[in-house]
Write a protein of this length. Structure first.
Length: 356
């Protein structure tokens, strides 16, 4: 009796739920991939944490990946792009072109990858036109959805966005001549239409921008009736956000963003008092980061490639081989995990403004 049960009966009838099933059968992720890409460029520490993890996850010890790549593509480059997508979107997509065993893999930009309910792979462009592709989908587990994964930093999207708005506020403030907003109040008189037009012209063009600093405008009051109080004009400063609150806000948000990635702050250039000089503090932090964050991710990626018939062993970062932090940082530079400039920041050779 059980043998006669059709395959269709065994297929899941569950709802797609938080992911959205479109009319064309494609499942749209519960969180906007294009939005996550925009957030990647919103905050320097967020971006550096993502790039650091991708660099560590693309250190190849041994692989057969080269056999399945065009001659113009290197295994390390494809693996870095793959890991970068995984860290930005919580998902990564590869196109398979060829036969069962003789095939090439091509990277699909992370924000363009999609699945249908049968987990078949699609690529969508900016106009949401889709094309069916053979290929593979990788994801970090999400407790919210079944079809797509999610990145580490979802809990700090608001902090990333807030810091971006703070930067925009300061940029606009500077573009307006670093002057706070004012209201022009006429007391016991009213401005003429000519004055109103002059105000608009002056404050809209002549007053704005650093190149127009120290320019002036003269105000005139209208005549008052006999016995009335004299006419007055005064400028009232509008409510504004205090600079110190911005500094504290951005500093707290920065720390939460870095913590969401599990990255030691020093590895993204955050130096606090007492951390400078030689020692092994960074080595200890990196060891914990490697054990808790990087190794599980590396095992997950290796298993993914093994399941599609490709051998991959990601090189582990053995911090026990280094005598002090400077020795470790030198190795990170030589392994192209960090840049020379980032190394200087980690070692405290470049000053950083607090909360930047």
């Amino acid at each position: 009796m059980e043998v006669a049960i059709s395959k269709g009966v065994k297929e899941s009838k569950q709802y797609v739920d938080r992911d959205v099933l479109l009319n064309n059968g494609i499942i749209e992720p519960f969180i906007d991939f294009n939005g996550l890409l925009a957030f990647y460029y919103f905050n320097v520490y967020h971006q550096r944490a993502i790039k650091l993890k991708a660099a560590l996850l693309s250190q190849i010890l041994e692989t057969s990946l080269d056999k399945h790549l065009p001659s113009t593509v290197f295994a390390k480059d494809l693996l870095y792009a793959f890991a970068l997508d995984a860290e930005i979107y919580g998902n990564a997509f590869l196109e398979k072109a060829g036969g069962v065993s003789d095939f090439y893999l091509h990277h699909i930009l992370g924000y363009q990858g999609r699945l249908n309910k049968n987990r078949e792979l699609y690529q969508v462009n900016s106009e949401f036109k889709d094309i069916r592709l053979d290929g593979y989908h990788f994801k970090y587990h999400s407790p919210s959805v079944k079809y797509y994964g999610e990145p580490d930093y979802l809990t700090t999207l608001e902090q990333i966005d807030t810091n971006k708005k703070a930067d925009k506020y300061n940029s606009t403030f500077f573009a307006n001549g670093a002057r706070p907003g004012f209201a022009i109040n006429f007391e016991n008189s009213a401005p003429s239409q000519g004055q109103i037009d002059a105000f608009k012209t002056f404050f809209g063009t002549n007053y704005k921008g650093y190149e127009n600093a120290h320019k002036s405008i003269m105000f005139y009051t209208g005549k008052t009736k006999e016995g009335e109080s004299p006419a007055k004009i005064h400028l009232d400063k509008l409510d504004s956000v205090e600079d110190m609150s911005f500094e504290k806000l951005k500093s707290v948000n920065r720390d939460e963003i870095i913590a969401s990635h599990g990255v030691p702050p020093r590895l993204v250039g955050i130096i606090t008092a007492g951390q400078l000089g030689s020692g092994t503090e960074l080595i200890d932090q990196l060891h914990a980061f490697n054990e808790i964050v990087i190794k599980p991710k590396a095992t997950h990626i290796e298993s993914f490639f093994e399941n599609i018939g490709i051998k991959l062993k990601i090189k582990e970062l053995d911090v026990t081989n280094f005598k002090d932090d400077s020795d470790l940082v030198t190795n990170l530079v030589n392994s192209q995990i960090i840049t020379h400039q980032e190394a200087k920041e980690i070692l405290g050779l470049v000053s950083h403004k607090k909360g930047s």
